[in-house]
Design a protein around this ligand. Structure first.
Ligand SMILES: Nc1nc2c(c(=O)[nH]1)N[C@H]1C(S)=C(S)[C@@H](COP(=O)(O)OP(=O)(O)OC[C@H]3O[C@@H](n4cnc5c(=O)[nH]c(N)nc54)[C@H](O)[C@@H]3O)O[C@H]1N2
Ligand SMILES: Nc1nc2c(c(=O)[nH]1)N[C@H]1C(S)=C(S)[C@@H](COP(=O)(O)OP(=O)(O)OC[C@H]3O[C@@H](n4cnc5c(=O)[nH]c(N)nc54)[C@H](O)[C@@H]3O)O[C@H]1N2
Ligand code: SF4
Ligand SMILES: [Mo]
Length: 879
């Protein structure tokens, strides 16, 4: 950034001010751009700045943004006031997004490795040289077996181009990052009601139960939902009860913070359900009409989950469980929100399912102020489309985890090492497992350094992340402000379509993803003889986007892609009232969402040729298309039987309990008194591995001491700032202590996103010379004035893999550790993981899979289950 420092500071204040406005009182503070309907004037130049709408992608919430430019340089980012979810506000990270473009260490040219892997020696080559070398490697791999070409992506918002690329190559070896993200939440929900997420109507709720979501700082839909949480709280006197192992800022904003013992949310939720059913506070009509169980069945099943039982496991007092059950069931409307707190454990899917039962049994589903289905929109793909690969790949659908519909990516390095899938070419896209996965450098770093297992590693990235640093070839991708992408996110109750568009010219020789992928295919199949080129017939990113958006009904009439280029989002539901911060229709009234989606009536055309079964199910062509209730033909829920499946029969097929249930983590039961559970969490101003080089954010937060309770600190004899050593079954680290009452006494918790050893000079603090001056950063004024010298400590080396046998999710918050005062040989920043021990952890966790020996022992209630030999693999196995 070549802005004078004064101006930058002024900007920071404005940015932080508007961010805070979203979180506290949108009515009182309103941004100038919102008053001006999205316009902005340069305070020094006094010229109107060019404003280009786009979608933020600093994190994955996809807020509507406007980039303001002077001389093709982004000088400011703000929320798009026309965007129904964002309503003119971005968070601190979104305000800082131009740093992705102007990162002084950004990769701008194709680079070829010349030293050993990870040595940091690169040669700049031309695009043609890069594509020729890559096409040669792909050619050879295709001759052997297309599945030896692997692609692993992290955040993929390409709208289908990655999928098209791998299908064009005929490879099924496509892996994502979802198992380290929130997959057990998704798998806990999908078979029950269809979608993998809920959209709580916080703005209109009177009561919220929050299990392990830090929505005011992170979570899905952070910026749009934190606005609604604030509204509900201020306008509606909504009560919030938050269960978390630590006092997050969301817990702090709540009426009650309940420090629950890790991984026991499911037990608490079941006991709350027990009290509701015992005291007859359930919504019997909703249960009998819209679920696949009866009230009587539910009551019988929940009898076992007493508050006394849950209290012993979770530490939450019996009276608290009983009181919250009564409050939740009798305050209408009420809603629930969960995020990774309950889900990121060995039995995370069971926890999520137990939590979501609460709005279901109280009938708070799809009501104003309740627990709503997500609302999103789709777009068509360019034609023709490549077909499915000829054969499946073990890595994308591991048979040991048949219910894990979002894959089990964190076990992939072990499976590759075992030879489950040979790899010739490995592509990485927006993914940094060497930093973000359990085992990080000790596991993924070891895999990527092994040229036998990974002969050719290609990174498509603008940044030298820890995984890119180990690549053989780097193709410079465009950061989000330079590329075309379609968007839609159910981050409020109004569905929308949006775009990212290049707001400024791409820098250096960067090429955006779909153009880069097209160029690879064209190099492989220059004359179309291999049948690949036909799927990549478009001029540029914009041309590709026309295929998505020029024919969407409604949008087409409004102008298709041209409308989106101008507004960034469609439809525009009304205008933002800068005084209230809400969107109003033409009459000046706040726009209202549509509720009761499952009760929408099927049309006469839908009903033509349909049959209504005795139980009310409406079928057509052998498929349930709705349910008849109260004489109405309703669409129902997007599940196979159009009902909410409280009983998930597919889980029983694999020996899991189909009903809401809870399983303790066996190794938590045998913990010794001086052991703790290691947890991690996200900070409001950082995003995983990718914001450590954003200076405005790094200035706010750059280190991550370990939170511990005063009880722990007293036992160890440490105070805030003292060095402590944390030993886990797979490694150890040394960091500073932060002593606070705001954490469960049995937990030690470390924020993620710090302690980089790659990612440029700022993230690694390698801008200083040995003498301590800023000689390595002198070429850039932004590096020359960095005043901090602590970059934090990376925890992932010492976290072992744990896989939920149902959802496939990583149990991030399950590790039992020993914390001691640091010894004479311990150095701040030490972080060491051991490959052999990580392999042991991998083998141990596979024992819980449905094919593993521990599984049956863990499920005595499923004694009638016949065993894996007798069950067939479900169709598809996962997506
Ligand atoms: N600022 C910021 N926002 C983000 C992200 C980011 O990196 N930074 N990342 C985005 C992504 S990818 C995701 S998946 C979401 C994640 O959003 P969240 O799930 O809301 O955030 P986490 O910090 O992963 O975990 C939430 C909370 O779970 C708590 N917790 C740990 N164990 C337990 C437990 O056993 N029970 C309960 N009740 N709580 C527990 C943690 O202390 C933490 O406060 O955020 C998204 N938004
Ligand atoms: N200990 C611990 N670790 C965690 C978690 C936790 O709770 N605890 N949470 C996890 C969660 S929720 C998630 S979602 C994962 C995220 O894990 P990842 O998806 O691996 O992490 P990110 O940091 O989002 O981005 C990965 C990489 O993408 C590259 N990148 C950034 N921008 C661009 C771009 O515009 N184009 C391209 N091509 N590349 C880009 C950068 O190199 C960056 O390092 O991390 C997980 N890691
Ligand atoms: S939450 Fe912040 S970083 Fe994430 S999309 Fe929204 S504005 Fe951007
Ligand atoms: Mo995530």
């Amino acid at each position: 950034m070549k802005l004078p420092s004064l101006k930058r500071r002024t900007f920071l204040q404005v940015g932080a001010g508007t961010g805070a406005a979203a979180a506290t009182a949108p009515h009182l503070l309103h941004a100038m751009e919102n008053d001006l309907g999205g316009k902005d004037i340069g305070p020094v130049t006094a010229v109107e700045r060019r404003a280009v709408p786009t979608n933020c992608h600093v994190c994955n919430i996809q807020d509507g943004a406007i980039a303001y430019l002077e001389n093709d340089r982004v000088v400011k980012l703000e929320g798009n006031p026309e965007h129904v979810s964002t309503r003119g506000r971005l968070c601190a990270k979104g305000n800082s997004g131009m740093w992705y473009s102007y990162d002084p260490d950004r990769i701008l040219y194709p680079l070829k490795r010349v030293g050993a892997r990870g040595e940091g020696k690169w040669k700049r080559i031309t695009w043609d040289e890069a594509l020729t070398e890559l096409a040669g490697k792909l050619d050879a791999a295709l001759k052997e077996d297309p599945n030896t070409i692997m692609l692993k992506y992290g955040r993929n918002r390409t709208g289908g181009s990655i999928d098209r690329f791998m299908k064009t190559l005929g490879s099924a070896t496509v892996v994502n990052h979802t198992s380290v993200c929130e997959s057990s939440k998704k798998v806990g929900m999908e078979p029950t009601w269809g979608p993998d997420i809920e959209t709580p109507d916080f703005a209109n709720a009177k009561y919220v139960l929050n299990f392990g979501s830090n929505v005011l700082e992170a979570s899905y839909f952070h910026n749009p939902l934190s606005q609604r949480v604030t509204e509900g709280r201020i306008d509606n006197q909504m009560k919030i009860v938050t269960f978390d192992v630590r006092l997050s800022n969301t817990a702090g904003f709540s009426d009650e913070w309940i420090p629950v013992f890790p991984a026991t949310d499911g037990a608490v939720a079941l006991a709350i359900g027990h009290v509701i059913l015992r005291e007859d506070l359930q919504d019997s009509d909703f249960i009998n009409n819209w679920t696949n169980v009866t009230v009587a069945e539910l009551k019988a099943h929940y009898q076992q989950y007493t508050p006394e039982w849950a209290s012993k496991i979770s530490g939450v007092p019996v009276e608290t469980i009983e009181r919250i059950a009564r409050e939740f069931a009798t305050t209408k409307p009420a809603t629930l929100f969960t995020y990774r707190g309950p889900a990121k454990h060995l039995y995370g899917s069971y926890n999520e399912k137990a939590c979501m039962m609460l709005p279901i049994m109280t009938g708070n589903v799809e009501k104003k102020g309740g627990y709503c289905l997500p609302r999103g929109m789709g777009w068509p793909q360019p034609m023709p489309e490549p077909g499915k690969p000829a054969k499946d790949s073990y890595l994308s659908h591991p048979p040991d985890y048949p219910l894990a519909a979002h894959k089990v990516s964190h076990l992939v390095p072990f499976w590759i090492a075992e030879g489950k899938q040979k790899i010739n070419v490995y592509f990485t896209y927006q993914d940094n497992p060497v930093y973000t996965n359990p085992g990080s450098m000790a596991v993924w770093g070891k895999l990527f350094k092994d040229e036998k297992l990974i002969p050719y590693l290609v990174s498509m990235s603008p940044f030298m992340g820890e995984e890119t640093a180990l690549a053989d070839l780097i193709l410079p991708d465009c950061p989000y402000l330079e590329r075309w992408e379609p968007e839609s996110m159910p981050n409020s109750l109004w569905p929308w379509l949006g775009i990212r568009q290049p707001v400024h010219k791409s820098l250096g020789e960067s090429r955006e993803n779909r153009v880069m992928l097209r160029d690879i295919i064209h190099k492989l199949d220059p004359d179309g003889a291999r049948g690949m080129k036909q799927f990549w017939n478009f001029k540029d990113g914009e041309d590709y986007m026309r295929h998505h958006f020029d024919n969407v009904p409604g949008l087409k009439e409004a102008g298709g892609l041209n409308f989106l280029k101008q507004h960034g989002v469609w439809p525009i539901y009304g205008s933002l009232n800068p005084k209230t911060g809400k969107v109003s229709d033409k009459t000046g009234r706040e726009i209202q969402a549509e509720y009761g989606l499952f009760q929408k009536e099927l049309s006469a055309a839908d009903m033509a040729g349909a049959t209504v079964e005795k139980d009310g199910t409406i079928t057509k062509g052998g498929k349930a298309i709705g349910v008849q209730r109260g004489g109405k033909n309703c669409v129902g829920f997007p599940t196979g039987n159009r009902l909410i499946n409280v009983r998930v029969d597919q889980w029983a097929e694999y020996g899991f309990n189909p009903m809401p249930t809870f399983k303790r983590i066996p190794w938590h039961e045998t913990m010794k008194d001086d052991e703790l559970i290691l947890s991690t969490f996200k900070l409001n101003v950082h995003k995983q591995s990718r914001t450590a080089a954003v200076k405005w954010l790094a200035e706010i937060a750059h280190s991550n001491p370990a939170w511990m309770n005063p009880e722990t600190a007293a036992r160890l004899g440490v105070k805030t700032g003292d060095l402590v050593r944390i030993d886990s079954p797979v490694g150890h680290l040394v960091t500073k202590a932060y002593v606070t009452e705001g954490i469960h006494p049995k937990v030690v918790s470390i924020p993620t996103g710090f302690g980089h050893w790659e990612y440029g000079r700022l993230a690694t603090l390698k801008h200083k010379s040995a003498k301590g001056d800023a000689s390595h950063g002198q070429d850039d004024p932004d590096l020359a004035n960095v005043w901090w010298d602590d970059k934090g400590v990376h925890p992932n080396n010492i976290i072992p893999v744990v896989a939920d046998p149902i959802g496939g999710s990583q149990g991030w918050y399950d590790t039992v550790v020993k914390v001691t005062k640091a010894g004479p040989d311990d150095r701040y920043g030490d972080s060491e993981g051991n490959w052999e021990k990580h392999v042991e952890a991998f083998k141990e966790t596979m024992r819980y899979a449905y094919t593993g020996d521990l599984h049956r022992k863990m499920h005595p209630e499923m004694a009638s289950w016949a065993g894996p030999e007798s069950v067939k693999h479900p169709a598809g196995g996962g997506h």
